[in-house]
Design a protein around this ligand. Structure first.
Ligand SMILES: Cc1ncc(C[n+]2csc(CCOP(=O)(O)OP(=O)(O)O)c2C)c(N)n1
Ligand SMILES: [Mg+2]
Length: 796
C-alpha cells in the first residue's frame, strides 16, 4: 500500500525531533568534558515546534514564503534543512561551536538559508509584518513583477508575546492594511521561568481580531477529537478546557498513570467517561492527552490549508514544551537537557543504532527511496537563491547651493529635496520613513515631491478643503515615504525589512529613516538586529546633544556617538558643515549597496569593500559654512573620518580635534590661542567611528606581519610633534574622541558631555558642560607649557 502524505510527514517529524535532540546532546557530550559546562541547546523549546515546523516546511510553505523561526527552535530548523540537503553534518556536529550551526538562526552566520535572524525575542515576529509591507511596496512600485507574493510567517513563542514591540508592530500593520502575514503561536503555556497565566489565548484572540486578523485556534488533535465523539467524550473535553495550565503541564510530565488517577478522581464518577478512560492503557491515555492540536499533523495541515485569503492570520496552536521527550511539560525544562541515560532510551525508541545517528532515514519504517523522493519534491526546497539585485548608479556629486549660515539638518532637507527632483533611477528607489517626525527632521520637501505610500490612494483633506499647508500629505501606491507612528522600534524593524529587500524581494531599495537622536536608544535592539542580519539603510538622527538647548534633559543625547562607534555593521558620521554632509550622503547611498558576501578583511576593517549601513548624526544649529572647493582630497578625508581644517605647524604645541556642531567653538578657540601657542592645528573629525576602526585594523594588520599597514588617523597625526597636546571636543561623550591620544602617545584632554542635559540657552549649556571656546582654551593651557593664554577668562 502506498504510504499517505501524513504517513511520510509523521516519519519526518520523528526524524526531525531525533536529529534536533541529538544535535544538542552531541554538542554537549563533546564539549561538556572540556570546561565542565553544558553548552545548552533548548531541547524542550525545540520539541514544542517539531510538529508545526514539519507541517510547514515539508508541506505548507511555498518557495516564495519567508519564515522567522522562534530563536530557540534553531535545532529543529537546522535538522529540517539537513534533511533537505541544505545543512551539513559537520555544522550540526559543531552546533554552538566555533563556526558551527548557530544557536539561533542567523542570516549571516548560518549556511542554511535563514530568512530572518532571530534571538532577541519579539523582533523576528515584527520583522515578518514589516517584510509583508515591503513586499507590497515593491509590487506597488512595479518591481519584482515575476515574483509571486509570499507569506511572511513568524513562529512565535507564547511568552515571546510579552514583548511590547510586537504590539507596536500590530498597530502599524493595521494602519498599513497588512496582508500575507501569519503568526503561528507555539502555545505551550510555558516561558523560560514558569507557566504562563490562564486564559491568555482569549486575550490574544480579542486583540488580534480587533486589528483585523483572523484567529485560528488549533487546540485538539485528531485522537482527542475522536475521543470527544465517544460516549462521555464531552466530559473529557470539558475537563481539558477547564484544566489550569500548570496542572496540565505537570500531568504531561508525570505521564499515563498520573493522568488516569487525576481523571478518574475528578470525572471518573460521571458515567461513560470512566469507560473512555479505562479502555486505554497508560501509554494510550498519555498519547491522547498529549495529542494537542499543535502536535497533530492532520489538524495543523487542515488549519494552515484552510486559509485561502491574504488577510493576516494568527494561529494559536496548543503544544507541549518538550513534546516527545522525558522532560515534556516540566516547568523547569527550558534549558533542560536529556541525561545520557534518557538519551539512550530515546535512541531505542527511535531505533537509531550507535554510529548511525546522522543517517537521514535510520530507524524509520518507510523505504528510504520513498522518503528521499518525497524530500526532493518538497515545494519550499525548490527555492533558489534570489539573483543579485543590480546596483544603482549614484551620481558623482549630490549638492545644494551653498548657504552662508545653515545647519546640517536644513542641509539634509535641501539635499533630499534635490534628490527628489532627480529623474535618475536611484532616486526612484529611495524609500524614506520616520516615526512621526517626518516634518521636524526636514523630510517635508522630499515628501511633497514624492508622496506617501499606501496601497490605496488617499487625497490630502486639507488640500481638498483649500486650507493652506506647507506639506502635501497625499497617499498613493507610488508614494516613496512610509509614514510610521511614534514607535522607534518599528522604524528600525521597517528599515531592517526595507534594507533586506534586495535579498528577499530581489529588488534593491535605498532606505533612509529619520528620527530624533536620543530615541535611537528606544529602538537600539532592533537597530542591532537590523545590522546583525546585514540589512542596508541610512539612519539620519537630528537634533542631537545639548546643542538642542531649550529642549533639555534626556532629550539631549550623550551616548549616541559611542553607539555609532560600537555598533557593528553601521558606519557613523557626524558632519559639521553641509558640504561634508553632501559628500557623506553620496558615499552612503553607494556604500549601502556594496556586496555583503565577502567577509570584511582584517586589513580593511572599514568594510569599504563589503559595505554596511550608515548613521548620520546631524544638528539643528545654524553655523557659518566654509566657502571652499570640494577637492578629491577633502572628499576622501571626510569619508575616511577626518581632515585638517588648519594644519599644525612643525612646532605645534596644541591641536584641537572636534566633531560636529561644536565647530565654531573649536575654530574660535584656535583663533584665540594662536597668539600664545605656536602653530595650533585644527582637526575636523567627521567620523570617529571610521577613524577608530581604521586604526584598530592597521594595528592588527601590523601585528600579523603587514608592516606597512597604516591608518588614516596615524597619517593625519604623523606630523604632530610628540610634545604637542590634543584637546578633543564634541557634543557627546568625550570618550568618542579622547582615544586619539593613544594613536601616537600625545597627551590628550577629552571634552564633551557626561551628565544629563538641561534646559538653557546654547552658550549657557556649552559653558556649563565645558565645551565652549573658553573650556577648550583652558584645557589647552592645562596640557601645554607656555605663558598663560590671554583670552582665557576665569571659568565659572
Ligand atoms: C529580548 C529577549 N529577552 C530574553 C530572552 C531570553 N529568553 C529566551 S527564550 C525565553 C522564554 C521564551 O518563552 P516562549 O516564548 O514561551 O518559548 P518556549 O521556550 O516556551 O518555546 C526567554 C526569556 C531573549 N532571548 N530575548
Ligand atoms: Mg512558551
Amino acid at each position: 500500500m502506498q504510504p499517505s502524505r501524513i504517513d511520510i510527514l509523521s516519519e519526518l517529524e520523528k526524524k526531525v525531533l531525533w536529529l534536533a535532540s541529538w544535535t544538542i546532546h552531541n554538542a554537549n557530550h563533546i564539549r561538556d568534558n572540556v570546561d565542565g559546562l553544558k553548552v545548552g541547546g533548548h531541547q524542550a523549546s525545540s520539541a514544542s515546534l517539531a510538529t508545526i515546523m514539519t507541517a510547514l516546511y515539508f508541506d505548507i510553505l511555498r518557495p516564495q514564503d519567508r519564515v522567522a523561526v522562534k530563536p530557540h527552535a534553531s535545532p529543529i530548523f537546522h535538522a529540517i534543512q539537513y534533511l533537505l540537503g541544505k545543512q551539513t553534518r559537520e555544522k550540526l556536529e559543531n552546533f554552538r561551536g566555533y563556526k558551527g550551526a548557530q544557536s539561533y538562526p542567523s542570516r549571516t552566520k548560518d549556511i542554511d538559508d535563514v530568512d530572518f535572524s532571530t534571538g532577541s525575542v519579539g523582533l523576528g515576529v515584527a520583522q515578518t509584518l514589516f517584510s509583508s509591507i515591503v513586499q507590497d511596496y515593491v509590487h506597488a512600485h512595479g518591481m519584482a513583477k515575476d515574483k509571486p507574493e509570499g507569506r511572511m510567517i513568524a513562529l512565535v513563542g507564547d511568552a515571546e508575546l510579552d514583548e511590547g514591540n510586537i504590539f507596536e508592530a500590530l498597530l502599524e500593520g493595521w494602519k498599513q492594511s497588512l496582508r500575507n502575514c501569519w503568526w503561528i503561536v507555539d502555545y505551550n503555556r510555558q516561558s523560560l521561568d514558569a507557566v504562563v497565566r490562564e486564559g491568555l489565548w482569549e486575550r490574544y484572540e480579542q486583540l488580534f481580531k480587533n486589528f483585523g486578523w483572523e484567529v485560528v485556534i488549533v487546540k485538539y488533535g485528531a485522537l482527542q477529537e475522536d475521543a470527544f465523539r465517544e460516549p462521555g467524550g464531552d466530559k473529557l473535553r470539558a475537563w481539558i478546557d477547564a484544566c489550569p495550565n500548570p496542572l496540565y503541564s505537570a500531568l504531561v510530565f508525570q505521564g499515563g498513570a498520573a493522568w488516569r488517577k487525576r481523571l478518574l478522581d475528578e470525572i471518573g464518577d460521571q458515567g461513560p467517561v470512566t469507560a473512555l478512560i479505562e479502555k486505554r492503557t497508560d501509554d494510550e491515555l498519555a498519547r491522547l492527552m498529549n495529542n494537542l492540536g499543535g502536535h497533530d499533523l492532520p489538524a495543523l495541515i487542515k488549519a494552515f490549508g484552510s486559509i485561502t485569503h491574504d488577510r493576516p492570520v494568527c494561529f494559536i496552536c496548543y503544544t507541549v514544551k518538550g513534546f516527545g521527550l522525558p522532560m515534556a511539560g516540566h516547568k523547569d525544562n527550558h534549558a533542560g537537557l536529556m541525561t545520557p541515560a534518557q538519551m539512550e532510551t530515546f535512541r531505542t525508541q527511535n531505533r537509531v543504532r550507535p554510529g548511525h545517528e546522522w543517517d537521514k532515514f535510520e530507524g524509520l519504517t518507510l523505504p528510504p527511496e520513498k522518503l528521499q523522493a518525497f524530500l526532493e519534491k518538497v515545494p519550499f526546497a525548490q527555492r533558489r537563491p534570489a539573483a543579485k539585485a543590480a546596483r544603482l548608479r549614484i551620481p558623482e556629486t549630490i549638492s545644494v547651493p551653498p548657504q552662508a549660515v545653515t545647519s546640517t539638518q536644513t542641509g539634509f532637507g535641501a539635499l533630499m529635496n534635490e534628490i527628489g527632483k532627480s529623474k535618475e533611477a536611484y532616486a526612484s528607489r529611495i524609500v524614506t520613513t520616520s516615526p512621526d517626525v517626518t516634518v521636524s527632521t526636514n523630510l517635508g520637501a522630499w515628501v511633497n515631491r514624492r508622496g506617501l505610500f499606501a496601497r490605496a490612494s488617499q487625497l490630502d483633506t486639507f488640500r481638498n478643503e483649500r486650507i493652506p499647508s506647507t506639506f502635501a500629505w497625499e497617499f498613493s501606491p507610488q508614494g516613496q515615504h512610509i509614514e510610521l507612528g511614534i514607535a522607534e522600534m518599528n522604524l528600525f524593524i521597517l528599515l531592517s525589512a526595507l534594507g533586506l529587500s534586495h535579498a528577499i524581494e530581489g529588488e534593491r531599495l535605498l532606505p533612509i529613516g529619520t528620527l530624533y537622536d536620543p530615541f535611537i536608544a528606544r529602538g537600539l535592539d532592533a537597530l542591532n538586529y537590523a545590522c546583525y542580519q546585514d540589512a542596508r539603510f541610512i539612519v539620519v538622527a537630528t537634533p542631537s546633544g545639548i546643542t538642542l538647548a531649550p529642549e533639555g534633559g534626556a532629550h539631549q543625547s550623550i551616548a549616541q556617538p559611542l553607539i555609532g562607534m560600537a555598533q557593528d555593521g553601521l558606519a557613523a558620521f557626524e558632519p559639521a558643515f553641509v558640504d561634508e554632509l553632501a559628500v557623506m550622503l553620496r558615499f552612503a547611498l553607494d556604500y549601502i549597496q556594496k556586496d555583503g558576501d565577502v567577509a570584511p578583511s582584517e586589513q580593511d576593517w572599514l568594510r569599504d569593500e563589503t559595505g554596511g549601513s550608515i548613521y548620520l548624526r546631524l544638528s539643528t544649529r545654524p553655523i557659518e559654512q566654509p566657502q571652499r572647493a570640494m577637492t578629491d582630497d577633502l572628499k576622501q578625508g571626510i569619508i575616511d573620518g577626518g581632515y585638517w581644517l588648519r594644519r599644525p605647524g612643525p612646532n605645534a604645541q596644541v591641536v584641537v580635534a572636534y566633531t560636529g556642531a561644536i565647530a565654531p567653538e573649536a575654530i574660535e578657540a584656535v583663533g584665540l590661542m594662536s597668539e600664545d601657542r605656536r602653530d595650533v592645528g585644527l582637526l575636523a573629525v567627521t567620523s570617529a567611528d571610521r577613524l577608530n576602526a581604521g586604526w584598530t585594523a592597521a594595528q592588527r594588520a601590523r601585528e600579523r606581519g603587514l608592516v606597512h599597514a597604516r591608518s588614516h588617523i596615524e597619517r593625519l597625526l604623523d606630523d604632530v610633534p610628540l610634545h604637542c597636546g590634543i584637546v578633543t571636543v564634541l557634543d557627546g561623550h568625550p570618550a568618542t574622541l579622547s582615544w586619539l591620544g593613544g594613536v601616537h602617545g600625545h597627551i590628550t584632554r577629552g571634552l564633551g558631555v557626561e551628565h544629563f542635559g538641561q534646559t538653557g540657552s546654547l552658550p549657557d549649556l556649552y559653558r556649563h558642560y565645558g565645551i565652549d571656546a573658553n573650556a577648550i582654551i583652558a584645557a589647552a593651557q592645562g596640557l601645554t607649557a607656555g605663558r598663560p593664554i590671554r583670552y582665557l577668562r576665569a571659568l565659572p
